[in-house]
Design a protein around this ligand. Structure first.
Ligand SMILES: C[S@@+](CC[C@H](N)C(=O)[O-])C[C@H]1O[C@@H](n2cnc3c(N)ncnc32)[C@H](O)[C@@H]1O
Length: 205
């Protein structure tokens, strides 16, 4: 079983066991393909799972259809889907990734963990489904490029939650040259140099 004060205090034993199952499955598959960096395997609980889970604090009942863009190993989408019940949330979780290998992993994880994820193997720019309430993304693209992609692809959303690393301020300043951004910025609980941007609207200047 994974050890985590954060999860032990916020989710049921059943959920903790599912998170552990995901961890085992991820580490096993990481031997064959690059899902997470090898040197984060031993610290995956805090670095990847707790980091992803903090998004749940910014979701509420209005977040009904979530899309995780550039999901990779399922971060943050799978973690959010596993813990949603413990936070009285009922959203459906869509994951999109353009890599067929990552998508194969995501589909096997979906059945291995008995989840109901909707998995799209596509470039986000050409996704068929366009209607979501909420977009989430971690380690995907710089902010300006992210907004270009979302606006050009006509994806509809009410909220975006972006997880940003230490270059967050440079990315924000660059994006503000091209976009009007209605957002709030919060400290990451797992990394003092990272931020979470909760964006309620974005439009070209
Ligand atoms: C650096 S990984 C991050 C994975 C995961 N979100 C995480 O936090 O570990 C970026 C992922 O985005 C995917 N990706 C890159 N460009 C994409 C695009 N245009 N459409 C869909 N997926 C894309 C890649 O295949 C890769 O799995």
């Amino acid at each position: 079983m994974i050890r985590s004060n954060y999860f032990e205090n916020s989710v049921s034993r059943e959920t903790l066991s599912k998170l552990s199952k995901y961890n085992d499955f991820l580490l096993e598959n990481n031997k064959k393909m690059a899902l997470i960096s090898k040197n984060t395997e031993k610290i995956a609980v805090e670095r990847h799972y707790e980091d992803s889970a903090q998004i749940i604090s910014y979701l509420d009942k209005k977040d009904k259809i979530i899309l995780d863009i550039g999901s990779g190993a399922g971060l943050p989408g799978i973690i959010l889907d596993i813990i949603k019940k413990d936070h009285n949330l009922e959203f459906s979780t869509h994951l999109v990734d353009k890599s067929p290998k990552k998508v194969k992993f995501l589909k096997s994880a979906n059945s291995f963990l008995d989840l109901d994820l909707k998995i799209h193997n596509s470039d986000v720019k050409t996704m068929m489904k366009k209607n979501f309430t909420t977009l989430v993304s971690r380690a995907f693209k710089p902010m300006k490029e992210f907004f270009e992609i979302i606006i050009n692809s006509n994806i509809r959303f009410e909220k975006i939650i972006l997880m940003k690393g230490e270059k967050f301020m440079d990315e924000y300043i660059e994006a503000k040259k091209y976009f009007e951004i209605n957002c709030e910025c919060y400290d990451s609980v797992t990394n003092p140099s990272s931020k979470l941007f909760v964006i309620k609207g974005v439009s070209r200047i």
